[in-house]
Design a binder for this molecule. Structure first.
Ligand SMILES: [Zn+2]
Length: 136
């Protein structure tokens, strides 16, 4: 079965960033259609879905490649924005590591955060009430 599929897909374009976006758009439209009970939106949702399948099975690589390039160029400010947000978030986590020490409860595995600089402390897990000693 898998072999057959691979044979079928050989020489076909497959998926790229644009197909992921089309998938998301399709799901989004279906959800909106479900919430609003608007059947017209369901029909509209079929457009990105069919376009996605058409691109996946297409043998015109250069055309599909260009479509994806146009899309990624268009979306680059959005991707940059998310990259920046991710960086900010990671920096914040690093700052937290200076202020807090992270432990895992030896009994239930819950992550515990204790403030640093208090020497030896008894840590009690809020989930299972297991307590153990640790350095802060
Ligand atoms: Zn615990």
């Amino acid at each position: 079965m898998k072999e057959k599929f691979e044979k079928f897909m050989a020489g076909r374009y497959g998926v790229d960033q644009l197909s992921n976006a089309l998938n998301v758009l399709f799901i989004l439209l279906v959800v909106i259609g479900l919430i609003s009970r608007n059947t017209l939106i369901w029909w509209i949702a079929l457009i990105p879905m069919f376009y996605n399948y058409f691109r996946m099975f297409s043998k015109n690589f250069s055309k599909r490649y260009n479509e994806n390039r146009i899309y990624t160029n268009m979306m680059s400010p959005v991707y940059n924005f998310f990259d920046k947000m991710k960086l900010k978030f990671q920096k914040k986590q690093k700052r937290d590591k200076k202020k807090y020490k992270y432990y895992h409860c030896k009994n239930c595995g819950q992550e515990l955060r204790i403030p640093r600089g208090k020497g030896k402390v008894v840590i009690t897990c809020p989930i299972c009430k297991h307590s153990f000693e640790g350095r802060s």
